[in-house]
Design a protein around this ligand. Structure first.
Ligand code: NAP
Length: 249
């Protein structure tokens, strides 16, 4: 049965893949982004993008990681989109979030994601929050952020990278399922230490840096402990491994 599905963040890393999968599956997809006249911060064009929508997939991202701006972005967009979804009688709001986000002592970006999750859960619109681990595509940025001189100084913590393509596949499937009215965790196939992740990335880049575990190292300024970024309970595990993804590039 064809469903009307509006994807916010349709031009993004995940959103473009979700749009492609849903379109290939024969769904009636509205791809919303600023280029299509939809500004989720001001609310302009949001009601129009939701005309006839049965399902919303929210894969928006803040254009900036700066604390105040990221918090303001997720606060405004979640308020606008959930209110409009309620007005439009949307039957399922699917939100992409981050594994462990509510337990992190993070800055504005992390707090913004929690505000976003809470707005969706409190909206009165049936919902599913899919919390994913860090994307394969982000591991090079993470590793680069940890390089000091000729060393990568990594936190003493686990990470369980996932391909963004696997995240998109789960979101596309979830969009056509019944709302969970709760949170599900989604992770890559295997947890690994930050040290092992950095060693894989550096080897793939042909960089000969020493990897050192540094208890003071952070994840983009957020302190992380052993299991901060990996699922602590049940989680769906995606198939594609970081080592294969790095090797295929
Ligand atoms: N990266 C990770 O490892 C990771 C892990 C777990 C969860 N996540 C979550 O995944 C989500 C999606 O990330 P991504 O990397 O796919 O994002 P992205 O590539 O940065 O894409 C962001 C999307 O948001 C749209 N957008 C930005 N500002 C907008 C506005 N004012 N109005 C309407 N649309 C706007 C952009 O469209 P235009 O610029 O074309 O308007 C674009 O389509 C994020 O919420 C992130 O927290 C990421």
């Amino acid at each position: 049965m064809t469903m009307n599905i509006t994807v916010f963040g349709a031009t993004g890393q995940v959103g473009a893949q979700v749009v492609a999968l849903l379109t290939a599956a024969g769904q009636d997809v509205t791809a919303a982004s600023r280029g299509s006249g939809v500004d989720a911060v001001s609310g302009a064009g949001v009601d129009g993008a939701l005309a006839n929508a049965e399902v919303v997939v929210d894969v928006l991202n803040s254009p900036t990681m700066a604390d105040d701006a990221a918090l303001a972005f997720f606060t405004a967009t979640a308020a606008n989109l959930t209110a409009a979804a309620k007005r439009a009688g949307v039957g399922h709001y699917v939100l992409l979030s981050i594994v462990g986000v509510d337990q992190l002592e993070g800055g504005g970006y992390v707090r913004g994601k929690v505000v976003q999750e809470n707005a969706v859960a409190a909206s009165g619109v049936p919902y599913t929050i899919v919390r994913a681990t860090q994307f394969h595509e982000l591991t090079e940025v993470i590793t680069g952020s940890l390089v000091v001189g000729d060393e990568a100084r990594v936190p003493d913590a686990l990470i369980q990278p996932i391909a963004s393509a696997d995240v998109a596949a789960v979101l596309a499937r979830t969009a056509t399922e019944r709302p969970a009215n709760g949170v599900m965790d989604l992770a890559g196939p295997e947890p690994m230490s930050f040290a092992d992740m950095a060693a894989l990335v550096l080897a793939a880049q042909g960089k000969n840096l020493r990897v050192v575990v540094d208890p003071a190292a952070t994840y983009f300024g957020t302190p992380v402990h052993t299991a901060s970024l990996v699922p602590r309970g049940d989680a769906e595990r995606a198939p594609h491994r970081l080592s294969d993804w790095l090797g295929a590039r």
